[in-house]
Design a protein around this ligand. Structure first.
Ligand code: MG
Length: 244
């Protein structure tokens, strides 16, 4: 204990000495590296370094998840709508760490309740679902409501707009890291803002977001983004991603 205290004392003293030696404010300025320049988008435009995954006109970046055939959801008025029965849609590209922006609207004509009202979802790396649901005056289990990491993490608040209104998600995602033996070293982390409101704050993802049963952790590399066909006419627009 004594030697530990001595080390701490010496360390504090040396920091203090160093601190006393620095009198020039420039001595603590760091100039390299310089952050590269990214031009922010005007209005709904994506930032200059973003990959636009859906611009309201075509589905070139997407495939049908079940058989990799051409994406089948319908486009109208600058939005794509889930085409029930055609299955999930998946990006052609794979991602690791990213910032994702997307906008969604649950059906204006309300039908169903609980999980049956405006259900869709965004699967990060094709595995981890951020729930899309109409939870405006619609209760369901809390870890399955809008913005939940499905069956793992309850959103901090319910920030839903009315059915039919456009809503935004900003999703910041850090992929999990596995060692060469496939053992999890660090979990995936996710932060979600719903309509600009923080609902998931650097949450550790426990594994796959299962409907039944516990999360599974299987080693993986980069993964696609997947949008869920849950049978409801949920619309999406203005989807872009920045790889980090
Ligand atoms: Mg869902």
């Amino acid at each position: 204990m004594k030697s530990f205290l001595r080390v701490v004392t010496l360390w504090s003293a040396s920091i203090f000495t160093l601190q006393a030696q620095i009198t020039d404010p420039k001595a603590t300025e760091v100039w390299t590296p310089a952050p590269r320049i990214v031009t922010p988008g005007e209005g709904t435009q994506a930032p200059s370094d973003a990959i636009v995954l859906f611009d309201g006109k075509q589905l070139d970046e997407w495939l049908s998840a079940k058989d990799s055939s051409a994406a089948k959801w319908e486009i109208s008025d600058g939005a794509m709508t889930v085409k029930p029965g055609t299955g999930d849609m998946i990006t052609k590209r794979n991602f690791s760490d990213f910032q994702l922006h997307l906008e969604f609207a649950t059906p204006e004509i309300v039908k169903g309740e609980g999980q049956g009202r405006g259900n869709s979802g965004i699967f990060l790396q094709n595995r981890y679902e951020v729930q899309v649901l109409d939870c405006y005056q619609n209760r369901t289990y809390s870890n399955g409501q809008t913005g939940a990491i499905y069956k793992q993490s309850i959103p901090l608040v319910n920030a839903c707009r009315k059915p039919g209104a456009w809503q935004t998600y900003e999703i910041l995602y850090t992929a999990p890291r596995f060692n060469q033996d496939g053992i999890l070293l660090t979990p995936a982390y996710v932060t979600v803002l719903h309509n600009g409101i923080l609902i998931q704050n650097h949450v550790a993802i426990k594994g796959t977001t299962e409907y039944i049963g516990l999360p599974k952790n299987e080693a993986h590399g980069k993964g696609a983004l997947k949008l869920q066909d849950h049978g409801d006419l949920v619309r999406y627009r203005n989807i872009w991603v920045r790889e980090l």
